[in-house]
Design a protein around this ligand. Structure first.
Ligand SMILES: *Cc1c(COP(=O)(O)O)cnc(C)c1O
Length: 391
């Protein structure tokens, strides 16, 4: 008989896979996996396709998430990461070398800008920025050293939709790897690989997980070769996902199409009503007929998404009062969850910028962003209407 000290350590470990097929993917909360033979363990260590060895390299729950997102995006393989920034950094740090040239859309997520600036200043990567509206503009800045094109399906908070098919055709002909951050559209509204993307990245924190309870990311690859390269670097960086975060994201994905339908319906309704409100000078949502990306959005997206922004005639003070006056919506800096969130960039995330700098970032002093949730639209409109009265 083993001592209690030893039995306590080994008690509860399954001797063999559990019988029966659980409907819900189990959380394989295990850092490592046991083998019967040294040869089998050595074989499993060969690469991303091997058996599970150690959870930084791969884990069954994480693999289930990777398969689910790869399937939804129409990719060959995926890599789940600890955050959306983990996904973006793993891709950029894996594929770029000193002297490489990157072309990036001007309006990108702030964290992505920060990584590009670091790569530029510390690692000698050159970066050119384009509007994303014109494939000829991309053709004009391509260099023999151009390695990556970096785009977002729906930019934040301008709701700009770049010409993904046109831009990625130019990139493909030049042998440039196209990377698209599809966090705001989700694979329900857009599958960039169908338009020629080589890599799609997600902040799974947003719509994929959808319940404001997890930080996560996913990278999807159109082919397996790039997957192997980025997987190897992600294992070195240690940016791979935790099983419980992967499980929460998988659970969220089960209702993704249903949630997206309601996000889009609510946002469309609010965008229309805000457009007719006397205190509102501009509304940005991709499927509004006057939005500059309207034509592209109709070609690229199957819905307008849940994010909209609008400008208040009362400027900075009105924006601040609005976000402090809503009751159903919450003042918080995220998006993609079931609950409606509001933000006023000029008094929070961008408070260091003056009016001219804000304008350059596509933000006005009275710009408010709404990440529209899945509540009943009438309750949301009443809340917004009331906050507009108070601002
Ligand atoms: C939030 C976000 C990110 C960063 O994701 P995290 O999960 O917060 O690391 C990247 N891109 C876009 C478009 C985002 O909205």
């Amino acid at each position: 008989m083993l001592h209690p000290q030893t039995r306590a350590v080994h008690a509860g470990r399954p001797a063999s896979p559990a019988s029966g097929r659980p409907l819900s993917t189990p959380v394989h909360q295990s850092s490592a996996f046991a083998f019967d033979s040294a040869d089998a363990l050595a074989r499993a260590m060969a690469g991303p396709e091997g058996e599970f060895v150690y959870s930084r390299r791969g884990n069954p729950t994480v693999a289930a998430l990777e398969a689910a997102v790869a399937g939804l995006e129409g990719g060959a393989a995926a890599l789940a990461t600890g955050s959306g920034m983990g996904a973006i950094s793993a891709v950029l740090l894996s594929l770029l070398r000193p002297g490489d040239h990157v072309v990036a859309q001007r309006c990108l997520y702030g964290g992505t800008h920060a990584v590009l600036r670091d790569l530029q200043e510390r690692f000698g990567v050159e970066v050119d920025r384009i509007s994303g509206d014109d494939p000829a503009e991309l053709a004009g800045v391509l260099l023999p050293e151009t390695r990556l094109l970096l785009l977002e399906t729906i930019a934040n908070p301008t709701a700009q939709v770049p010409d993904l098919p046109g831009l990625m055709t130019v990139a493909g002909e030049a042998g440039v790897v196209s990377v698209v951050d599809n966090s705001l559209a989700s694979p329900v509204l857009c599958r960039p690989i169908e338009f020629g993307a080589d890599i799609v990245v997600h902040s799974a924190t947003k719509y994929l997980a959808g319940h404001s309870d997890v930080i996560g990311g996913v990278v999807v690859f159109a082919d397996r070769e790039l997957h192997g390269e980025v997987w190897q670097r992600a294992v070195e960086l240690g940016s791979t996902a935790a099983p419980i975060a992967a499980w929460l994201t998988l659970r969220g994905i089960q209702t993704l199409p249903l949630r997206m339908r309601q996000h889009c319906e609510n946002a469309g309704l609010l965008a229309g009503r805000l457009s007719g409100h006397p205190e509102v000078t501009a509304v940005r949502w991709p499927l509004l007929p006057h939005h500059p990306s309207h034509e592209t959005a109709r070609r690229v997206l199957s819905g307008g998404g849940g994010m909209l922004s609008f400008d208040l005639a009362g400027g900075r003070e009105a924006g601040r009062r609005f976000v402090e006056s809503v009751r159903v919506a919450q003042l918080a800096l995220s998006l993609g969850g079931v609950e409606t969130l509001v933000a006023h960039p000029a008094s929070t995330s961008h408070r260091e910028l003056d009016a001219a700098e804000l304008r350059a970032a596509g933000i006005g002093e009275g710009t408010v962003r709404i990440a529209v949730g899945i509540e009943h639209p009438q309750d949301l409109w009443s809340d917004i209407e009331n906050a507009l009265k108070l601002s």
